[in-house]
Design a protein around this ligand. Structure first.
Ligand SMILES: Nc1ncnc2c1ncn2[C@@H]1O[C@H](COP(=O)(O)OP(=O)(O)OP(=O)(O)O)[C@@H](O)[C@H]1O
Length: 250
């Protein structure tokens, strides 16, 4: 069945998911616009990762449906890409080959691969590391490779699940800025999951706040502040505090 919201990249309709008697997601309805940067926040265990697993068809909904470009979500058909918490640079490949990896699997022509790898090395400032292996590089440079791998297929939809969960604040700020820069340059739709409300306020055009289980959308917060955002700007602080309150009081 085709779904007819032309502007929506992702459309979630009456989506519910139970694991046995545990009701996790209950009747979720929302959509994500093409090119939008959406951050999903919510209490621990409310089903954020479950939502991504449904979108990538790792698991099936109990009821309802998820659409990508108006078609039932299908990772074989839609151009999806992921960046998760675990470091995922391939240790035995150098930077160039790490970046090429996904493109080779998708059998892109050689000259296209070369063009994209050069573009990404430049975009990430990794040109001088092209022949280096992950073990020879700093953690932040390896993370840049991982971001590069996620974006290099020019995915229509990039899913990021707590990608910077374990990192110190300085590196987090740096990589958040990188993701924003590439998102703007390539026009990818990004769904970013985090526990960190400051990170959500820094990144998102729109924050979806999930409730406790059985989970529904408690509220959506649009953030119109220009990037790069200033963490000390009173407006920024106000939004961050507001989102924190929404998560606290369920
Ligand atoms: N395959 C499964 N079988 C049974 N229960 C599951 C399964 N996967 C997830 N759950 C349960 O569903 C709920 C939601 O899990 P999920 O990992 O999606 O939450 P989350 O919001 O991503 O959590 P966190 O904030 O800790 O990352 C949890 O209570 C979890 O124990």
């Amino acid at each position: 069945m085709k779904h007819n919201n032309e502007l929506a990249k992702v459309q979630v309709c009456d989506l519910s998911k139970n694991f046995g008697s545990l009701k996790v997601l209950e009747n979720l309805n929302f959509s994500i616009k093409r090119g939008e940067f959406v951050v999903v926040v919510g209490p621990t265990g409310c089903g954020k990762t479950t939502f991504l697993n449904l979108l990538t068809r790792l698991i099936q909904p109990s009821s309802g449906e998820l659409y990508i470009d108006g078609e039932p979500a299908d990772p074989k058909q839609h151009s999806l890409s992921f960046a998760f918490q675990e470091p995922s640079a391939i240790p035995w490949l150098n930077v160039e080959d790490n970046l090429k990896f996904g493109l080779k699997i998708k059998r892109y022509p050689k000259d296209e691969i070369k063009k994209r790898v050069e573009q990404m090395l430049k975009l990430l400032g990794l040109e001088k590391f092209r022949r280096s292996y992950p073990s020879q590089m700093s953690v932040s440079s390896v993370q840049r490779v991982i971001i590069g791998r996620a974006f290099i297929t020019y995915p229509d939809l990039l899913l990021m699940d707590e990608p910077y969960g374990q990192m110190d604040i300085k590196m987090r700020f740096y990589l958040e800025a990188e993701v924003l820069r590439i998102w703007k340059e390539l026009g990818t739709t990004v769904v970013f999951i985090t526990h960190n409300i400051e990170e959500a306020t820094y990144l998102a055009e729109r924050v979806l706040i999930l409730s406790n289980k059985p989970t529904s959308i408690k509220e959506e917060v649009k953030i119109d502040l220009p990037h790069p955002r200033d963490f000390t700007d009173p407006e920024f602080v106000k939004i961050r505090e507001y989102i924190t309150e929404q998560i606290k009081w369920w």
